[in-house]
Design a binder for this molecule. Sequence first.
Ligand SMILES: Cc1cc2nc3c(=O)[nH]c(=O)nc-3n(C[C@H](O)[C@H](O)[C@H](O)COP(=O)(O)OP(=O)(O)OC[C@H]3O[C@@H](n4cnc5c(N)ncnc54)[C@H](O)[C@@H]3O)c2cc1C
Length: 387
Amino acid sequence: MRAAIVVIGGGIQGLSVAYNLAALGERDVIVLDAGYFQGGASGRNGTLIRGGFMSNEWTGLFALANQRWIELSRRLGRNVMFSARGYLLLAEKPATAANFDAALATHRAHSVRSHRATQADLAKLAPALDRSRVLDAIYFRDGGVAPHHAAMDAYHRACTAAGVRIRYGSPVTQILTRGARVVGVVGDGDGDGDGFEIEADAVVLAAGAYGNAVAKLAGVELPGFPMRIEAMVLEPTRAVVRPAIAFIDSLCYMAQTARGEIVGGAEVPEQPTESLACDLPVMTATARVYRDMLPCLAKLRILRHWAGMLHATPDFGPLIGAHPSFANLWVTGGWSYGFACAPAAGELLAKAILKGVLDPRIVPFALDRFAQNRPVREGGIVLAARV
Ligand SMILES: Cc1cc2nc3c(=O)[nH]c(=O)nc-3n(C[C@H](O)[C@H](O)[C@H](O)COP(=O)(O)OP(=O)(O)OC[C@H]3O[C@@H](n4cnc5c(N)ncnc54)[C@H](O)[C@@H]3O)c2cc1C
């Protein structure tokens, strides 16, 4: 078998790059996924989306992503159910609040519609919030949430309609190389036990938490390690918060769904692991933040609790671009906010692959930045350092 481009991984990153390749005219694309539709982090996330962070690099990329979410249903021809209910970034510590003026200036430079939320704004946006604990707040008007099932379904259908072939239950077990190029992949199954070998002009590695394991199939490595993160849902309650919220200092995020449930989680330092088992520390940490910041949630029961896997890089930033060892092995990985950023990452990576144009917004996230001692410092993410 042959394809111009093989994409390894059918999560939202793999589907977005495949869709964008097809939209740019390259329809000879195969997406191969080891598991089942939505089985990776793309079917297990908090669904929060925002365009602004603290750094210029993250904001540049996510500003484009947030813009794309606004028009994504029209573009894909399916309803991704994006709800622009807004997004609040909260500082509880003076050191965090001290960076908010600079962050707002960065947002302005990238045309992200953000402003400082006053105590009166907070009372309207999030009546349940204990405002006495909030030192400063930034509100993103265009942030919000999109249920992952709707977004994944829309990407899947748009890919299929454009002629992209997508196979789940098809793990790639080898990446074939010749000199400084990759030339194809070998894999197992399709559920029927038959293996496959596909020649390709280029391969895109979009394997989420398994990015490094898949890179090793070509004899190379990606910086970072697999990391578990967890989320939980509380019983439905009356409308207590409208926007999504990130409590930067408590390493916690949350949103209220249309059904009234509270979805979110607090991060605790984890050992590298590949387990999807949930445990008490995250539940306890999340419950503590809710109790302190949104006391009315303390009485609600936990309905569901689950884990998903990410590939955490040393700066928690994504890896986007060609692998330094193979000019035609492209990577979109290392994602911690890869649901929100998928529309932008897929678009810019597809342009890089087909047109050889590296958009300045992806350049800072090059795979060799750690070797070059150029990590991207971002202070507005909710992730705990490894134990
Ligand atoms: C609890 C939780 C909450 C989160 N909250 C948010 C949030 O609110 N906002 C946000 O933006 N992000 C959030 N994220 C992160 C987000 O979900 C991920 O960054 C994003 O889904 C990554 O997409 P992906 O396509 O790279 O990975 P995945 O969706 O994990 O897809 C990778 C795919 O690669 C496949 N694969 C692996 N190995 C192979 C192989 N050998 N051959 C073929 N296929 C292979 C896997 O089967 C998998 O389907 C959260 C994640 C979790 C777990």
